[in-house]
Design a protein around this ligand. Structure first.
Ligand code: SF4
Length: 216
């Protein structure tokens, strides 16, 4: 007789093995596992029965945060530098809210920060550099290239005209290589990394007056 066949119960050895395996697996599943699985299954069935998934998808297409990109920024009103999350759809800023992950404000904003979006949409907001010539009664638009070139020329001219190479300390002439005619002011919205680079640039220019708005 084929040892793998059982006449007695009408089962093959293979079937018996499978049954044993199933029993083993079942005994290894705890009551807690069964409970969890049952609850999940029931919840899934209940939601599936209650929610029209297609309708939800269609509705969420029009929600304010669907199909958007987010980026972090900071409030520009005061030196606290509260973090914000801005959302952009098709290149257009649509919301600005407190950033819950930001260490300064943990998502909260004061009344000025909450109204930040209004500064973005304000018709009075400047979006390009402007210049008023000495004695002129009106402002002119400048391109960013023109503005940067103009600032660079002014820095160079002022620096060259006011450069202090050495200074007398007691009876000794010592090298100082600086100008006292230009100051540098950082802003609360600058990151630590930006401030590090600004500081480097300011020192390379020979500036001694380097300050930060957050200290005011
Ligand atoms: S949200 Fe208020 S406290 Fe925070 S940076 Fe803006 S103005 Fe300052």
């Amino acid at each position: 007789m084929d040892p793998n066949k059982s006449e007695e119960h009408g089962m093959t050895q293979e079937m018996r093995n499978t049954t044993k395996e199933s029993s083993k697996v079942l005994t290894e599943v705890t009551r807690r596992d069964w409970f969890k699985t049952s609850v999940r299954g029931c919840a899934g069935l209940a939601l599936g029965a209650l929610v029209n998934v297609e309708a939800v998808r269609a509705t969420t297409q029009t929600l304010k945060l669907s199909d958007v990109n987010e980026f972090t920024t900071s409030c520009n009103f005061c030196s606290c530098g509260c973090g914000m999350v801005a959302t952009v759809r098709e290149g257009k800023l649509i919301t600005m809210e407190g950033d819950f992950d930001h260490i300064v404000n943990r998502g909260s904003l004061c009344v000025k920060g909450i109204s930040m979006f209004a500064t973005h949409t304000s018709p009075n907001r400047l979006t390009k550099p402007m210049y008023r010539a000495p004695g002129s009664d009106h402002w002119e638009d400048l391109s960013w290239d023109e503005a940067i070139t103009r600032v660079a020329q002014k820095i160079q001219k002022t620096r060259d005209a006011t450069w202090i190479a050495t200074e007398k300390v007691a009876d000794k002439e010592v090298t100082v290589n600086r100008t006292d005619a230009i100051g540098f002011l950082g802003g609360a919205q600058n990151t630590n990394e930006e401030c590090y680079l600004f500081q480097k640039a300011a020192r390379l220019f020979g500036l001694a007056y380097v300050e930060h708005q957050a200290r005011l």
